[in-house]
Design a protein around this ligand. Sequence first.
Ligand SMILES: C[S@@+](CC[C@H](N)C(=O)[O-])C[C@H]1O[C@@H](n2cnc3c(N)ncnc32)[C@H](O)[C@@H]1O
Length: 308
Amino acid sequence: MPAYFHKSVLTAEVLAALRPRTGGRYVDGTVGGGGHAAALLRASAPDGTLLGCDRDGAAVEAAGARLAEFAGRFDIRRGSFAGLDQWIEAGSCDGVVLDLGVSSPQLDWPERGFSFLSDGPLDMRMDLEQELTAAALLRQTGADELAKIFWEYGGEVNSRRIARAIERERETRPLLRTRQLAELIEKVSPRGGRKSHPATKVFQALRVAVNDETGHLRRGLEAAVKVLKPGGRLAVISFQSAEDRVLKEFGDRLSRDYEAEKPDVPELRRPRAAILRWARRKVIVPGAAELSENPRSSSARCRVMEKL
Ligand SMILES: C[S@@+](CC[C@H](N)C(=O)[O-])C[C@H]1O[C@@H](n2cnc3c(N)ncnc32)[C@H](O)[C@@H]1O
């Protein structure tokens, strides 16, 4: 296996948001290569602690090795942040960071199947013990449902045309390889004047669907708020507008002092205390220095909430 390397994004901004202190207890729900985790452990020395998880076993292994210098101060497990509240005591943590999406090794290692730039199996699982792969999803999902996935999770405007082409293709041969899918998309949805490759949005959408990223995010946000102490903060870095919408909707809902059904009828609101507040009204984006040093940070957006 090649070396695991992921360059963390918005690290200074995450530290400024979570304000780590000596003796504090922090959670990294997407430990990846351990960059944010190391920064939190360093800033909370000598006795701050960190609980972490990642769905990807390779990340857990790499982070464990990277954090060796902090031995005794961290506990990292394989698993989704959606289950944080099943192993971390409610109300016990000072800060939680979630850095959503995929790591550089997931994108760069062809055998993981996340990228159309090199050929690999259509896998895309973050957790290799999960059964559903991208190839299985493409085999067992009808064209209408595929089109919905490409549109909702990728914003792909040619979603129907691409879904129908996939349906035709799989009648003659199974779709098993990343380049096979990318070439099919190139044929039915040429690049035209677009800057990005025509397969970009479909690959993103498939990845979100295979890993049920939206479902995990919704459950993970609830779990993160549960494990925080009052005054504890949650920083979430997202890379796609659909994720940012979920995040914004979650923060707005929990910062209101009432519950409401949809549509929101003022007379039917049920009053309750607000659960959190936005620690920063505005979304945090990378500065010019980070953008020039790490082009993959260009779509990163960080939002910060504080539990009341
Ligand atoms: C952008 S990387 C995180 C990088 C990390 N912050 C660092 O500094 O190295 C995203 C990581 O989140 C993991 N991930 C995505 N969804 C997850 C979930 N629901 N639960 C746990 N880990 C998840 C991915 O496997 C990947 O390793």
